[in-house]
Design a binder for this molecule. Sequence first.
Ligand SMILES: *Cc1c(COP(=O)(O)O)cnc(C)c1O
Length: 419
Amino acid sequence: MWTKFPLSVEICHGVAKEFATPVWLYDANTIVDRLKLCQVFDTVRYAIKANSNLAVLSLLKEHGAVVDAVSAGEIQRALMAGFVGTSEVPGVVYTADVFDDEALALIKKYSIPVNVGSPDMISQLGEAGIKVPLTIRINPGFGHGHSRKTNTGGDLSKHGVWHEQLSQCVQKAKELDIPITGLHIHIGSGADLEHLALVCDAMLECSKVLGSDLRYISAGGGLSIPYRKNEEDAVDVGEYFKLWDETRQKIEKQVGHKIRLELEPGRFIVAESGFLIAQIRAVKKMGENLFYLIDAGFTDLVRPAFYGAWHEISVIARDGRPLDEVAPVIVAGPLCESGDVFTQEEGGFVVTRNLPLAQVGDYVVIHDAGAYGATMSSNYNSRFYAAEVMWKENAAKLIRKRQSFEHLIANELLQMRRY
Ligand SMILES: *Cc1c(COP(=O)(O)O)cnc(C)c1O
């Protein structure tokens, strides 16, 4: 059941040669497989920000997902991918703690339901004369997360409506005649089911404030994936569902009608489908330390530099020769920035990884890079966004071209001509 795409030497060589490195490769089957695991929930609302490529969105739409958008750009991607939905299950929901004018205009134009993350958003909808169905994202007063930067609850988190202010929000929406139909908690318990039980209790408590107006609850996202395959367990979606389903049934008893149960995963659906394929451009020694300098940097995959995130790394010889001998290596990128290292721990501590001894021209593959990889890339150092490729029906399909210099500077060029 727990399929993982076995990236072969042939596929790696083929993709690297055809599309140049660095390049993202996503396996379509893995994405669909993970979506299906989640579909024990009534609705799977994919969080676009994890991987927003239109081909990924289309694939998920084809297999029955709807989406969560967090910006005007993501709303437009969702519309372009054709997420329509029904009045029961909207194709796109906007979740954020603030609006900007562009998002507000799109929400008005396309009547997009909003998952509200601050009381001010309700007032602003009122001022703009927008009456879309709302859900409230609750901060239950506690959080969970794999690093300080991913903790999404508690009094140091900026996300959601503080649980004690829920009834105030309900009152405000009533005055404006805006319906509140759902509740949402995105904490990210990962595989921690004990913690999840606390989240479910918080949802049950909050549901009492809404009473019979409540139509659906969302369990949010935050399902982890086993980045360290030998040490971490995959989250048991069945168990995850069971806890939420019990909560749903309790709420149904309270309100006297059916409650729809949504899941809002991002990482879980796309992370394991993705590989970042890069090429070794220099092998050098710094004192006793051996460095592989590759042509991908934190401008491509920022997670190690940003969170100290651990990704599996493998080496594939460019000429197919066997790679037997292993040594501790530091894997770093091309940027003029000392933090541009893939083997580092939280806090920026550079560490070594045991990898095969390799040469310039061999490939370094960074695994589980399908989520928060390409979407978090930047143009720092005027580096171009890498190409994205999808492996589907036994063939590599280009789903985003590598960015060109012309594209990179297009908006500046217009300004320059004015001088
Ligand atoms: C980011 C986000 C998600 C997805 O989180 P994952 O950890 O990738 O599952 C879901 N819901 C909201 C509101 C988010 O901001």
